[in-house]
Design a protein around this ligand. Sequence first.
Ligand SMILES: *Cc1c(COP(=O)(O)O)cnc(C)c1O
Length: 291
Amino acid sequence: MIKIQDSPVSKITLDSRDFYVKRDDLVDKYLAGNKYRKLYALLQAPSSSLNKIISYGGTQSNAMLAIAAMCKDKGWEFVYYTKPINQTQKYDNCGNYFHSIRLGMKHIEIKEEFYKNYIASLRGNLQDKTFIIDQGGAVLEAQEGLEVLAEEIRKDNLESKSLATPSGTGTTALYLALSLPEYKVYTTPCVGDVDYLKKQMNALHKIPDNLIILEPEKKYHFAKPYLEFLEIQKKLLSVGIEFDLLYAPAMWKALLEQTDEEIVYIHSGGVTGNESMLKRYKRKVFRGALK
Ligand SMILES: *Cc1c(COP(=O)(O)O)cnc(C)c1O
């Protein structure tokens, strides 16, 4: 069984500012960060209540890896649908895809032109003990795990009443803000723009007033290598904590540029993807910066 206990809090100083970091990255090697929180309700379910999980999305997704780890732990079959995967990635011996396959994930590629309809049809003839997890773990069940995180944050009783966590689907930031109305919750969109993020959040729940979406000063495309992301990730590493390269750098940048109070940063995990992402950085133009 994956061990479930409260995550610790670290304190770091970055650009002469103090931050707390809620270390959800330390929960488990593969099932960590906000994916652990989002899967919490399913993790509580008895193994016998399900026998198969279906999900879909990106081939380097952190959610995919977390679900694979959960299914291995529970003895559930895990079927994951994606658009066709590129060959470099398929035979790579690191990264989330590699680890998920090793954990027993069954991967099915759907041709680009059929993908959307295929995914839409998945719910059509579901068997009894099969559960579908939408892309990125954006499910209503996520609320339960984020309430548990909220309770831990209350118990941590830090003097700061501002939290921060970056958004993909926005599920984490939204449920966190709803569970902690007495806190301010900062987030920033890492996939798409502010309007897209608001749309996704509104599909789950009305956005509360204590949730503050910081607009990035520059437009970034998701999962593309950016020199400034690498630099901020290295700076964080030098003060003692490894963060992911897809989401965290944009959030840290926005916090440093647009806020000035003491903040509790919720570490959303995702560091298992860094190895393959760093390979991409190396293949790009940033060789010098990696020395
Ligand atoms: C999935 C993920 C996010 C985005 O979470 P959402 O709930 O989809 O907004 C942020 N950071 C990391 C490291 C993630 O893995």
